[in-house]
Ligand binder design. Structure first.
Ligand SMILES: *[C@@H]1O[C@H](CO)[C@@H](O)[C@H](O)[C@H]1NC(C)=O
Length: 310
């Protein structure tokens, strides 16, 4: 009896084990999930190099299945690669690397990335938000060039004669612009003042057309990013010409106004006449012209005798 019962028991045990194996492969397989504390957003500077590792996703599978990671949309596939999938115990981790150059000055500041995480049976779709942070990578550039103006020589001192303007697409201090005169024009700097914030140029001392009728100022702009642009340290991504951001010219023509008396020509005048000349005899001709050489229509000059005996 005993010899016949033992094989039956072994068969029962084997049958039971088989049922457990079948069960673990089908009905009890559990769905993978992100690990607790896995962030679903991250920031990346817009100048992050192509190929750099920008994020890490960790998922878990309670059955200890090896998980696979895939990009789930065309946009995600165009932006990032998945690398270095590591399966360790019940946790699987992958690295996300950057596939293209980012830019947040002219494109959206955040992008949605979609991934599929799968075990042998189930897959889950997850969304990760990539926030692109600004880098000071643009120098300011002057707008509405060329800068040409003309002002009358009697322009009021302390009045605004011109305003320069530059724009900078960077945010924060990298978009704050300061204006300045080029330093090697001290004589002009004594005549004009440039407000570094507003770009207003004011007249500091009175003008005189007869002394100087034209000014040529050179004006620079720089942002306050760190490092600031333009500077040799600026992480500039534009063309070399834009990155250098040379000073711009401001040409100021001074207009003459009627403020100068007439001047005699051919001085001194000495006339002689013999006493027997009749009345009306021409002794001397005096010539004078308007002192305002720059006016379109010079003033008429009138003569009077103001001293001596007639
Ligand atoms: C700049 O000049 C304009 C007028 O041209 C004036 O309205 C403005 O207040 C000035 N700004 C500063 C800071 O002086």
């Amino acid at each position: 009896m005993a010899g016949t019962r033992l094989p039956r028991l072994e068969t029962l045990v084997l049958l039971a084990m088989g049922a457990v194996l079948v069960g673990s492969q089908s009905s009890t397989n559990r769905i993978p999930s992100l690990v607790t504390g896995q962030l679903t957003y991250f920031t990346v500077p817009e100048n992050a190099p192509i190929g750099s590792s920008i994020f890490q996703i960790s998922a878990t599978d309670q059955d200890g299945d090896h998980l696979t990671f895939k990009t789930a949309t065309d946009e995600t596939t165009s932006l990032v690669n998945i690398q270095n999938v590591v399966n360790q115990g019940t946790v699987s981790t992958c690295k996300i690397t950057l596939k293209i150059e980012l830019d947040c000055d002219n494109s959206p500041r955040s992008r949605f990335l979609y991934f599929i995480i799968a075990d042998n049976v189930y897959e889950i779709r997850i969304k990760i938000t990539m926030i692109i942070t600004d880098v000071n990578d643009n120098p300011p550039s002057f707008v509405a060039l060329p800068y040409i103006t003309s002002i009358p020589e009697d322009q009021a001192v302390n009045s605004v004669i011109f305003t320069v303007l530059a724009s900078d697409p960077d945010t924060g201090l990298g978009g704050n612009i300061k204006y300045s005169f080029k330093s090697d024009q001290a004589d002009y700097n004594a005549k004009f003042d440039l407000d570094p914030i507003s770009g207003n140029i004011t007249l500091k001392t009175s003008l005189d057309y007869e002394e100087r009728s034209f000014y040529h100022l050179k004006i620079s702009s720089m942002d306050e990013g760190s490092p600031s642009c333009p500077s040799p340290q600026c992480i500039c991504k534009a063309t070399p010409e834009v990155c250098k951001a040379e000073p711009v010219d401001l040409f100021i023509t001074i207009l003459d106004v009627e403020d100068t008396p007439p001047v005699f020509e051919g001085l001194p005048y000495i006339g002689t006449v013999s006493e027997d000349k009749p009345e009306g005899f021409l002794i001397l001709r005096v010539i004078a012209s308007d002192g305002d050489r720059g006016v379109a229509v010079p003033n008429n000059v009138y003569f009077t005798i103001s001293g001596g005996k007639r």
